[in-house]
Design a protein around this ligand. Structure first.
Ligand code: GLV
Ligand code: MN
Ligand code: MN
Length: 410
């Protein structure tokens, strides 16, 4: 490799921001950013990224679970690859940085190398995953799990909202058929690096543009259906009701209490549905979601049991039926110390001071590689720690510093 001058942070920040702005215009809800897995807007984002990857000198393919894979061979075409990636799906009414930053910056890095005629002693593979948020189906991180070699065929028959299975949605999306279980290039991955916004307040509070991730906390997700007895809001005396919504309300508070009382645990009920609700009907059924996380797997496993007991106790007292199912879990996952050193050296040379270490509260595609490939994440400062919101913000200057760090580490 001949001498190659790394682009300036300012130059990289502007280029990456332009990509994020363009991706942000691809949405299923005009005026908001909503790009769920296997949606029409996800399809349009894949088409855009395909063109970006080709322009950056990569060959491109879509895998059977809708991960877009761009490859840029090394100086020796048979050399193993370093994987760079993140996700292009979003939550509903999202911000424009979550996930897209890791993909947009990786493509920009490859484009710069290619434009300068640079090949590295290893290949680069850019992965644009589509199922990181897990908003549509019970399981999540399925694209990165398959690439890492931990595909679970049961996910194909999982049903999402509206009763559509993942298998149907993949076919409609136009994914190639094939064995998603085949790990990407077998043993030849060197490691996986991901750049992501922090989505929390720590870096901003300490006036630091970037931070090094130590580990990603584990997660359990689930759903619960409460069945009581529907009835007329005017005729059934209060003492004779089996109101599913009132029972669910007590359960929501019980789950929150467990989250508050347990050190190292966060617990969230993010969705609550009252199917067929009317103003003058006692709710007969309610469904809600569960999401709880911890850096310590034993704490999370104990919470699974405590939350189940709490929900069953409310159900018994209120004479409703509670059907709780834990539908997805991933253990806490540690970043690789060797890759952390590489990332630290790169960050220190850009930022000119020691870099903070911090754990990740959010889940990331990187955790799919636990036990399969060494992985490392770099976080960049988020304004006010806000994420999963249109108010999500990272400055252009910070995007530049983070991308320059990531580039140097590569
Ligand atoms: C994704 O953002 C998650 O942590 O659920
Ligand atoms: Mn994300
Ligand atoms: Mn997210």
């Amino acid at each position: 490799m001949s001498a190659f001058a790394l682009p300036s942070p300012a130059d990289l920040g502007a280029a990456v921001l332009a990509r994020l702005d363009e991706l942000a215009s691809i949405t299923d809800e005009p005026g908001k950013i909503t790009r769920l897995y296997l949606s029409k807007s996800h399809r349009r984002a894949v088409t855009l990224l395909e063109s970006w990857m080709r322009d950056a000198g990569m060959s491109v393919r879509l895998d059977p679970l809708a991960t877009l894979i761009g490859t840029y061979p090394g100086s020796n075409p048979d050399a193993p690859h370093l994987l760079l990636g993140s996700h292009i799906d979003s939550v509903r009414d999202a911000g424009k940085y979550d996930g897209t930053l890791g993909v947009g910056s990786a493509i920009e890095i490859v484009r710069r190398l290619n434009a300068a005629g640079q090949r590295l002693p290893f290949g680069l593979t850019v992965l644009a995953f589509g199922d990181e948020e897990g908003v549509r189906f019970p399981s999540t991180l399925t694209g990165s799990a398959a690439v890492a070699g931990r595909f679970n065929p049961k996910i194909l028959d999982e049903k999402g909202e509206g009763g559509i299975t993942r298998r149907m949605a993949l076919a409609e999306f136009g994914c190639p058929e094939g064995d998603p279980a085949a790990p990407w290039q077998g043993q030849s991955g060197l490691g996986y690096l991901e750049l992501h916004i922090e989505q929390g307040p720590v870096l901003e509070a300490e006036n630091r543009p970037v931070g090094l991730v130590t580990a990603i906390q584990g997660v359990t997700r689930g759903s619960c259906r409460i069945v009581g007895l529907a009835g007329h809001a005017g005729t059934v005396p209060m003492a004779m009701r089996r109101d599913a919504l009132s029972a669910a309300a007590e359960m929501v508070l019980a789950v929150e209490r467990i989250g508050r009382e347990t050190a190292g645990l966060v617990a969230t009920i993010g969705q609550l549905r009252v199917p067929g609700a009317s103003v003058n009907t006692i709710p007969g059924a309610v469904e809600f979601s569960l999401d709880f996380r911890s850096e310590i797997d034993a704490v999370r496993k104990e919470a699974e049991a405590r939350i189940r007991q709490a929900i069953e106790a409310v159900a018994a007292a209120r004479k409703v039926e509670a059907n709780l199912a834990y539908t997805y879990e991933a253990p806490a996952s540690k970043c690789d110390p060797g890759l952390r050193l590489t990332m630290a050296e790169a960050a220190e040379s850009v930022v000119q001071k020691p870099i903070r270490l911090l754990p990740s509260g959010a889940g990331h595609d990187a955790m799919s590689f636990r036990g399969k490939l060494p992985f490392m994440m770099l976080f960049v400062r988020s304004k006010a720690g806000i994420s999963h919101s249109p108010d999500e913000f990272t400055s252009e200057a910070d995007l530049g510093i983070a991308t320059a760090t990531f580039f140097r580490a590569v």
